[in-house]
Design a protein around this ligand. Structure first.
Ligand code: HEM
Ligand code: HEM
Length: 286
């Protein structure tokens, strides 16, 4: 989004300015949320823009929690609850629950960690980023086992990997696995040289965000698929249908908010002086 702003006249209304300066989407939103002069500055996060970050971050967390809670309610109230291999039909229900915790809520939170905790030191942030992704991966593996078991252990076994949902979902999981491997080796252990870390960073961010978008897309496809399997009367929009559609909309909102917060340059974490000190002591402090 591009708006013309005059850096030399901070009290001038943004609509009347003449010199061209790029405003990020966050600053653009800031104009509406709090119309003060510092929303016109394009370099670095101002206190106002960070307040906007906090508000959007809080809303994002609430939407993410709502997805998990509503998914749990759908499973508990309409899909027969949870079990393991004793009943493959309800064993399946772990799949959407654990995927929405792992591939959606935890994944989103992990990629937001550098921006949500911007004043923490780099090294603990990296360890937290890697640990939350690791936890998300464990949830994802158990969720996949539940889906495959529910097909293979059914009285009449169901073929595997035949749907678009399963293909998009598997693409997201494979990308996630590769991303983890490359991220870990480059930035945590053993760590590669500084020039390679900087060259790889935009690639890491791009594929990290792409994996998240794929996970949201896979969840939407899976949700629709399960809704059609589970509700012969879906076309009459029963209460269960409204619940499923609401979860889908919340997934879109959560996905949009996370991508916004993680890609807006204004919210990017600025290096702390301690980071530079760490750089001189550790080969992997980027
Ligand atoms: C990022 C999240 C998700 C990923 C990576 C994912 C991945 C997969 C994969 C790989 C399968 C194939 C299992 C097999 O062939 O045996 C599958 C099956 C299934 N998933 Fe998901 N899933 C995700 C989220 C969801 C959600 C939220 C739902 C909602 C209920 C869902 C519903 C289903 C259904 C109904 C099946 C069985 C039919 C089929 O194979 O497509 N999935 N999922
Ligand atoms: C599936 C695994 C991973 C995904 C999806 C992922 C994704 C991302 C994304 C989207 C960002 C941009 C964050 C921002 O700009 O605020 C990022 C930054 C970063 N990630 Fe990862 N990452 C993964 C694993 C790792 C691992 C294992 C490490 C090793 C420590 C790592 C290290 C970093 C570093 C150092 C940054 C730069 C933060 C900054 O802007 O200063 N990532 N990652």
């Amino acid at each position: 989004m591009e708006v013309h702003a005059n850096n030399n006249a901070p009290t001038k209304n943004v609509w009347q300015s003449t010199t061209s300066t790029r405003l990020s989407l966050g600053q653009w939103l800031g104009i509406f949320l709090r119309p003060t002069a510092d929303t016109m500055e394009s370099s670095g996060p101002s206190p106002t823009s960070l307040n906007n970050f906090r508000v959007v971050y809080l809303i994002t967390q609430m939407v993410g929690a709502a997805i998990v809670i509503l998914m749990g309610s759908w499973i508990g109230v309409h899909l027969g609850g949870l079990s393991w291999t004793s009943n493959p039909a309800t064993q399946f229900n772990w799949h959407p629950l654990l995927m929405s915790i792992g591939m959606i809520f935890l994944y989103g939170n992990s990629i937001l960690v550098y921006r949500g905790f911007r004043y923490a030191r780099k090294k603990p942030l990296k360890v937290t980023h890697a640990a939350i992704h690791g936890l998300a991966f464990v949830f994802t593996v158990v969720a996949l086992v539940a889906a495959f078991d529910s097909h293979n252990l059914a009285k009449v076994p169901i073929p595997n990997m035949y749907t678009l949902h399963s293909w998009v979902g598997m693409a997201a999981v494979v990308l996630f696995g590769l991303q983890y491997l490359f991220g870990f080796v480059s930035y945590l252990f053993p760590g590669v040289r500084e020039s390679m870390r900087s060259t790889y960073m935009p690639v890491h961010v791009f594929f990290g965000v792409l994996g998240f978008v794929l996970a949201v897309a896979a969840s939407l496809l899976g949700l629709l698929e399960k809704a059609i399997f589970a509700m012969p009367d879906y076309r009459y929009l029963p209460p269960q249908g409204v619940l499923v559609n609401m979860i889908g909309l919340l997934l879109v909102v959560y996905g949009g908010l996370v991508v916004f917060l993680v890609t807006d340059p204004m919210y990017k974490r600025k290096a702390l002086p301690e980071d530079a000190m760490l750089l001189t002591h550790s080969p992997s402090s980027q």
